[in-house]
Design a protein around this ligand. Sequence first.
Ligand SMILES: Cc1cc2nc3c(=O)[nH]c(=O)nc-3n(C[C@H](O)[C@H](O)[C@H](O)COP(=O)(O)O)c2cc1C
Length: 191
Amino acid sequence: MKRKALGQKNALYPSLTTIVGADVDGKPNWLTIAHVGIMNHAYGEVPQYLSIGLHVSHHTNKGIRQHQEFSINIPSQAMLTTTDYVGLVSGEKVDKSTLFAVERGSLAHAPLIADCPVSMELKLYQTVTIGLHEIFIGELVNTYIDETCLTEGKPDLTKIDPILFDFMMVDYWSLGQRTGKPWRDGKTLKK
Ligand SMILES: Cc1cc2nc3c(=O)[nH]c(=O)nc-3n(C[C@H](O)[C@H](O)[C@H](O)COP(=O)(O)O)c2cc1C
């Protein structure tokens, strides 16, 4: 293998394509976000924190600052065109509030997309500004899932059919095949 240095190029893809929602000036606004972080992960660890990195110029940031609440929705491949659209136009110029049927969970200002297989509502925990981005860290309050996307009570990625994002070639992808079992397959090398 001959490796070539690419310089300071972020190569951490694919990432998950999500739609983030917030109430801005009294109505829901949506934008596509493919830079979502899982801050702590252990099952059963409560609360859990997720981060989203939003350029300061985005209209949605205003709503997250206003109400300290937001949602992260996972669209399916069937929603790819609308998902891309909300990442192309700004709520500052175009009204995106009626694009999706809205549901509310327990937070008043974290609008959830009823047709997304998965939606999470979050309370703003902390904001970190790095250069031109605001990293909003949210405390996860609740997760809602379409019952048909569950297998034996667990969210099933093959049913959710998420959209993966590649910023290097600039493409959307779908899931491939399951290839192994975490925390089990490596055991074959344990002495
Ligand atoms: C696939 C995709 C992924 C995106 N990911 C991000 C992201 O992670 N962070 C970000 O600041 N903008 C991201 N954007 C750009 C915003 O979604 C876009 O500028 C949006 O129109 C801003 O909307 P708003 O001004 O109504 O908030 C992405 C766009 C697309 C199409």
